[in-house]
Design a protein around this ligand. Structure first.
Ligand code: ZN
Ligand code: ZN
Length: 415
């Protein structure tokens, strides 16, 4: 009896621990509780691709993550289950599932293919031809490449009409074309000469080659089966992502019942530098980027380059200040390139935004240019000249003499 009680106790304890282990769905997707549908989708898109077993062969942790991520998305993407989860947590979901005849979880791979196309929607099958990819280029400022950004753009995407679910028919009825008998093709006999015929196969013009006709056209798409809709595309610029990077959104190009949608491809280009909308007066607008490194040119006066005792504060792309300077007596030669380690671009990493990841940075190369005064007041010029003469007499260096080049032009041989 006592042993029995103990065993129950242990079992209960284990159960409690198990329940505590089930991780928060929002945490799994890395979003907060107020996340919109689009944010959920974007998180699922990113994580499910990252942990997909095809990408991580033999990695059990990745496989478990993949399952977790689809489970979390499955619950949170459905307003009903999300509401239950928000109020009653995992236990609430459990009893909800039990109340609906068990059910349990869906196949995570099924969820993946539903999300990325290649099945799911009526009439989509793997044997179908693939539509064209759609390519866009968007301009990203260096500031956003450095700090990361979420941006969006719109385009008119061809989508399967959800009024008629891509049938084109108001009542869902599609009939066989009686001109071509559903073949979509007609054979036409063409008389070339008496007794001589040429047979030609042509697309049926009554049904447009589809073999089907619709009596009552869908009022929404006018029987075309597809509509153009303005579609918002979320673009996540990850810190330090390369200029010219292509972001691929699988199966998000134009849709049609006749093909599997191609990919939407977004190219990231760098926006030309501009000081507009630069209230913080960041100098970074004029950094030049090469891979993970940044380049900057700083101009010094003759006095500064020669005598030292100067400072410059560069406001970097995230507003932190980079201090340049020399103490008195420190000379900067024209054209000197100074390397500032860690002041370049953040190096892109797939765990970029994760709290467990710390960004590494490339270098900042500062090239110094020295500007000599080209106009001097007469008295100033005289004073400088006098000073030079005095010191030249004492410690003068003759660069010409030192060079070892001949003093007079060489004598040429007569031909
Ligand atoms: Zn026809
Ligand atoms: Zn329609």
């Amino acid at each position: 009896m006592l042993l029995n009680g103990l065993a129950w106790g242990i079992l209960l304890l284990t159960l409690v621990q198990l329940a505590a282990c089930a991780e928060d769905y929002y945490k799994i997707l890395g979003v907060d509780k107020q996340a919109t549908d689009r944010q959920l989708k974007s998180a699922y898109r990113q994580l499910s691709k990252k942990f997909h077993p095809d990408k991580n062969p033999g990695d059990d942790t990745a496989h478990d993550k993949f399952v977790e991520v689809s489970e979390a998305y499955e619950v949170l993407s459905d307003p009903e289950t999300r509401a239950i989860y928000d109020r009653y947590g995992h236990d609430g979901l459990e009893s909800h599932r039990n109340g609906h005849g068990g059910g349990g979880h869906h196949d995570p791979f099924d969820m993946f293919s539903r999300f990325f196309g290649g099945g799911g929607r009526s009439g989509r099958s793997p044997g179908k031809p693939r539509g064209h990819n759609k390519e866009f280029q968007i301009q990203i400022s260096l500031h956003d490449f450095y700090n990361g950004a979420d941006t969006q753009f719109e385009w008119d995407r061809q989508q399967i009409c959800d009024h008629c679910d891509g049938s084109g028919s108001a009542d869902g009825k599609v009939e066989r074309c009686n001109v071509c008998g559903g073949q979509g093709m007609r054979v036409i006999k063409h008389q070339l000469a008496p007794g001589m015929f040429q047979q030609m196969t042509r697309p049926c013009d009554a049904c447009g080659g589809r073999g089907e006709t619709i009596k009552h056209k869908c009022p929404h798409c006018h029987g075309r089966r597809v509509v153009r809709k303005t579609t918002l595309v979320d673009v996540k610029i990850e810190r330090g992502v390369a200029r010219g990077e292509r972001l691929v959104y699988e199966n998000e190009a134009d849709e049609s019942p006749d093909w599997v949608a191609g990919d939407l491809v977004v190219h990231l280009a760098e926006k030309p530098p501009s000081m507009a909308n630069n209230e913080k007066r960041q100098d970074g607008a004029f950094f030049r980027r090469k891979g993970d490194d940044l380049y900057w040119t700083e101009v010094l006066s003759l006095r500064e380059a020669w005598m030292g005792d100067w400072t410059r504060n560069l406001t970097h792309l995230d507003d932190h200040v980079v201090r340049l300077g020399r103490r008195r007596g420190e000379v900067v030669q024209p054209g000197l390139v100074e390397t500032l380690p860690g002041e370049g671009m953040p190096k892109w990493h797939e765990d970029g935004d994760s709290v467990y990841h710390k960004h590494e940075f490339g270098n900042l190369y500062v090239t110094y240019e020295v500007i000599l005064p080209d106009q001097m007041e007469g008295s100033m010029q005289n004073e400088f000249w006098g000073l030079w003469e005095k010191w030249r007499a004492k410690k003068g260096v003759d660069l010409h003499k030192d060079s070892g080049r001949p003093n007079s032009p060489p004598v040429r041989d007569e031909l």
